[in-house]
Write a protein that binds this ligand. Structure first.
Ligand SMILES: Nc1ncnc2c1ncn2[C@@H]1O[C@H](COP(=O)(O)OP(=O)(O)O)[C@@H](O)[C@H]1O
Ligand SMILES: [Mg+2]
Length: 255
């Protein structure tokens, strides 16, 4: 059974960072599909994988729509098959994991059948490649990815910065996501870049949010060194606090 883990939380809270480290940790245990569902496409950088602009599902769809309207798509190739073939081609493969970047979501000019094609293609991809894990790095909530996959989410990791506003927003996001999709197994809160302890006020905000705290991740000084030298976050040493915390999440959730 494939386990699907989705990241949620507002921009800049560390979703992509944690997603990449999670992919690294899980790839020691099984085959992982890293699904970059953020239109700004940056999970590949965090994973240290080069990715071409044409290598996103958005670009593939655009090209397909263009070919259809120009009449240059061979009528003997069913669109579904074409899309699936291109998606498989666009996978960036690495040791223990593949990366698929969704790119920009469908624009208003496109035809609606392609959302269904895409969902079917993703299901077929997961089935054919027998992934043990899917790690989805989402934009903020799951609105956009909801249109692209109907897969059950086993664990939703909602991230927040160490502020009361952030934690309150995470609680609202949990409710929103639960309204949007009924198929979320377990949701938990990760508070990132924590300095010292949570204040009593923050503890209260956590309680009010109804979220279970899965991890408090400290500010990691090594991250800015990586960013100024162009290295990927997965190059952090295994004993770094960030990588260790992510490993703890994997262990505690029995992933
Ligand atoms: N624990 C941490 N310590 C230090 N820097 C961090 C930590 N977590 C994330 N960052 C940095 O914060 C910024 C935003 O993180 P990112 O993962 O891109 O957020 P998101 O995907 O939620 O927008 C990045 O520059 C990242 O390196
Ligand atoms: Mg991100």
């Amino acid at each position: 059974m494939t386990k699907t883990i989705a990241m949620a939380g507002k921009g800049g809270v560390g979703k992509t960072t944690v997603a990449a480290l999670l992919v690294k940790a899980l790839s020691q245990k099984g085959l992982v599909l890293a699904l970059d569902a953020d239109p700004s496409t940056n999970l590949n950088q965090a994973l240290g994988l080069p990715l071409d602009d044409s290598q996103t599902v958005g670009s593939i769809r655009e090209k397909m729509t263009e070919d259809v309207s120009k009449g240059t798509l061979s009528p003997t190739i069913p669109k579904q098959e074409y899309l699936f073939g291109k998606i498989v081609e666009s996978l960036a493969e690495s040791r223990g994991f593949d990366l698929l970047a969704m790119g920009r979501p469908e624009g208003p000019g496109c035809y609606c059948a392609s959302n269904r094609f895409l969902r079917d293609s993703l299901d077929k991809l997961v089935h054919d490649h027998k992934y043990d894990y899917i790690v989805m790095d989402c934009e903020a909530g799951l609105e956009h990815i909801s249109r692209q996959t109907t897969r059950d989410i086993d664990v939703m990791l909602i991230m927040s910065d160490p502020t009361i506003r952030g934690i309150t927003a995470a609680g609202r996001m949990k409710k929103l996501i639960e309204e949007l999709r009924s198929n979320v197994g377990r949701a938990g809160l990760i508070i990132n870049r924590v300095r010292g302890d949570l204040t009593p006020e923050m503890r209260k905000a956590v309680e009010d949010s109804g979220l279970e705290v899965l991890a408090l991740i400290p500010e990691e000084s090594g991250v800015s060194d990586l960013e100024t030298t162009g290295k990927a976050v997965v190059d952090l040493p295994a004993e770094s606090s960030l990588q260790r915390k992510v490993q703890e999440i994997v262990d505690n959730l029995s992933l």
